[in-house]
Write a protein that binds this ligand. Sequence first.
Ligand SMILES: C[S@@+](CC[C@H](N)C(=O)[O-])C[C@H]1O[C@@H](n2cnc3c(N)ncnc32)[C@H](O)[C@@H]1O
Length: 320
Amino acid sequence: MTTDTEEEKDGQKKGRTSPYIPNLAEFYFRPNFDWTRKQAERRFAKTKSPSPEFELDTVRFEDCIEGMRRFPAESIDLVIADPPFGIDFDGKSGVYNRDERLVIEGYEETDESYHEFTSKWLVELPRIMKPEASAYVFSGWTNLDAVLEGARDAGLVTLNHLIWHYPFGVYTRKRFVTSHYHIVLLVKDSRKYFFNKIENYPEDVWSVKRRYRTGLSKNATKLPLEVVSRCIDFSSRPGDIVLDPFMGNGTTAVAALLNFRHFIGFEINKRLRPLLDKELANLVTGESYIPYSERLPTIKDLAKLYPKAYREYIRREKET
Ligand SMILES: C[S@@+](CC[C@H](N)C(=O)[O-])C[C@H]1O[C@@H](n2cnc3c(N)ncnc32)[C@H](O)[C@@H]1O
């Protein structure tokens, strides 16, 4: 966030003539959609599985491409996909600074070309997505072209290209340290997609630390809950069904249930079953759910940050 003084200078530089009050909009901002805990809980309870074969809130241990082909049409509200890298990565190399005894064997890399694999699973999405649905696809920069091409060929529209910046990377000698991930936000229908603007100024760079759970066994890669929860918050409603074709450690499952969303997941590595069961065993559904308006900074917080805008806000409030 910029301060009043920084914004003021910026405004002057641009030679504004209208009385633009920096940060005033923050005081009036409300999310597009909001639900109380009770409403969210009720929506969650009402959701039915789209097919008896795909029980809600379960992981199917099979190839996601095969599984998605059997999915009913237009049954998914949101897709969160963090596919295997398709590069020579087994999650065990010392450079990743992890205790390799704790990394579960069987992280599946793909044999076919990464482009082929990516196109094959992406092409399954539009049929099973509802018209309002979105898909967040995680990708390292080395495979980004496969995702962008695959998405375009599948007929999905790229809405945003997000960067997840994590202040940690693999040590390098003669090149920059990679400390970001790409998240491509795709929609099925650019006129109908659902987007809940829960922040006044939601930027496309998300800075979130990777968290290593030292001493706990884990799949080779794991996304932070915060990153996955942001995708869920902006692009789904409570009670919606979130599909994760590459479940891994189950971050999407956890984020979904904690926020009153359902999930359906695929994971090809059966050895992950005990880990996934454990992740979900003690989870309290809806535990992290907070109505969006309650997550915003209070007027008191904003007043401290932007005193000038606050004075104008009070003046306008008195006028009305
Ligand atoms: C990058 S990891 C996902 C990590 C996950 N997002 C998390 O936070 O724990 C990719 C996962 O996809 C699985 N996988 C690879 N190919 C698959 C396929 N065809 N169908 C289902 N799962 C697959 C791998 O075994 C691996 O666990």
